[in-house]
Design a protein around this ligand. Structure first.
Ligand SMILES: Cc1ncc(COP(=O)(O)O)c(C=O)c1O
Length: 415
């Protein structure tokens, strides 16, 4: 039995067998999240139907940056439903216009065009198609990206994703995608590892690498950016997971430097709730070729835009930001302290994303499961990492409590 201000566990066991027996009866067997049946999620807590209550350190899967069922967002959705405009294809609507206006207002001024779609996968796929087209026009063919990265589940995003088996299902590989090993701390970019510079169309980067929240070494990424500017190479970030203050700044790439990426892809925390994604870029890239299909039946759905607008207003509010930046410092400090624990190799943390890299997958699984049994939900990476990404609204007391549970779980593993 666990009973604190932020957690309540009286009747729960990490039992995948009975959970998957129900789940996999109709759904694909390789969808294997944690065995928690959600009945409600509010702010930084998740509840099941037996009354158990967890501190959520996942934001679902890095979506609910503004907190689960954020009241401002829920109100905006309800108002939109009540306005008798729940679907509008891609026609102009006030809510779509206002959402786009707000997105440009808060984003760096060098962007002047946006593509609205439904999911992160779709916008990274759109980026792939735009880069290929831009490359053709400029006689450049390579997209340079990194092994181990994830950009989504449609063909274009699969092709630029850094898993060697991700397109085995269709036996198709794009030979013009050039994979670099993800750099470790201290690594420097060696230009000899790249294809001929005048043949590179783009560098395409996941702002931090998924399961381990691995960030690029500063010198490495600075040189990559400079190489792109000196050689007319597009510099692009997949911000689907890292955007909307996850790393402390509006877009995660801003933590690396004062760059002007040519394309960024956005999703997840763009609405903190409903499906909506966006690709930000410039006229000369987005309008390059009218044959590229950048539309969709539900792209920019009115209800999703209403959620997005309320979300952006909530996250950019000055009072929220002031308080958030204080809690970021606490989150970063308590994460870093875990590097003192046996079995912890390193803790990667920036803003409100972290990955506690432990000695092996067995330890990662043990710590994750013990946390869940004790009322804290980490991201279950199923490997040597305990990954955290709480709603950005998480309270100080919940940060302190959950980091304590994680530390106890690490110590319990070490015996
Ligand atoms: C960096 C990144 N890009 C793209 C995607 C795909 O987004 P979606 O699941 O919304 O299609 C994800 C999802 O986890 C992601 O983390």
């Amino acid at each position: 039995m666990v009973k604190t201000k932020n957690r309540f566990i009286k009747d729960f066991n990490f039992d995948t067998e009975s959970y998957y027996a129900v789940k996999h009866k109709y759904e694909p067997s390789n969808i294997c999240e944690m065995p928690v049946k959600w009945s409600r999620a509010k702010d930084f807590n998740v509840y099941d139907d037996k009354g158990n209550k967890w501190i959520d350190m996942t934001s679902g899967i890095f979506v609910t940056n503004a907190g689960h069922s954020n009241s401002d967002i829920s109100r905006a959705i309800k108002n939109q439903v009540d306005s008798d405009l729940t679907f509008s294809y891609q026609y102009n609507t006030d809510v779509r216009d206002e959402f786009i206006k707000k997105l440009f207002e808060i984003s760096p001024p060098h962007y002047d065009k946006v593509v609205l779609l439904n999911s992160g996968s779709e916008v990274t796929d759109a980026a792939y198609r735009l880069i290929k087209t831009w490359g053709k026009k400029h006689n450049k063919k390579y997209i340079v990206t990194f092994t181990g990265s994830y950009h989504g589940h449609v063909l274009g995003s699969d092709l630029i994703g850094g898993t060697s088996t991700s397109t085995n299902w269709c036996n198709f590989k794009d030979k013009e995608i050039w994979f670099l090993p993800f750099p470790k701390e201290g690594d420097e970019l060696d230009l000899n590892d790249l294809p001929p510079l005048d043949e590179i169309a783009a560098f395409f980067l996941e702002t931090y690498q998924g399961w381990g929240a691995w960030m690029y070494p500063q010198k490495y990424i600075d040189k990559l950016y400079k190489t792109s500017r000196d050689n007319n190479i597009l510099f692009c970030f997949d911000e689907v997971q890292s955007g909307f203050y996850r790393m402390g700044t509006l877009y995660g790439y801003q933590t690396y430097g004062d760059y002007k990426p040519d394309i960024i892809t956005l999703g997840k925390g763009l609405t903190s709730s409903l499906p909506l994604s966006a690709l930000l870029s410039t006229k000369d890239i987005i309008d390059l070729d009218s044959n590229i299909n950048l539309s969709g039946s539900q792209a920019g759905n009115a209800i999703c835009c209403s959620a997005g607008l309320a979300n952006l207003e909530f996250l950019t509010d000055e009072t929220f930001q002031k308080d958030f930046q204080k809690r970021v410092k606490l989150f970063e400090r308590l994460n870093k302290e875990l590097e003192q624990e046996d079995g912890v190799d390193v803790v990667n943390v920036k803003g409100m994303v972290s990955a506690i890299i432990v000695k092996d997958g067995d330890m990662g699984n043990y710590v994750t499961k013990r946390c869940v049994n004790n009322g804290v939900l980490p991201v279950w990476t199923k490997r040597e990492s305990v990954k955290l990404g709480p709603p950005l609204t998480i309270s100080e007391s919940a940060i302190i409590e959950s980091m304590g549970v994680i530390k106890d779980s690490i110590r319990s593993y070490n015996g």
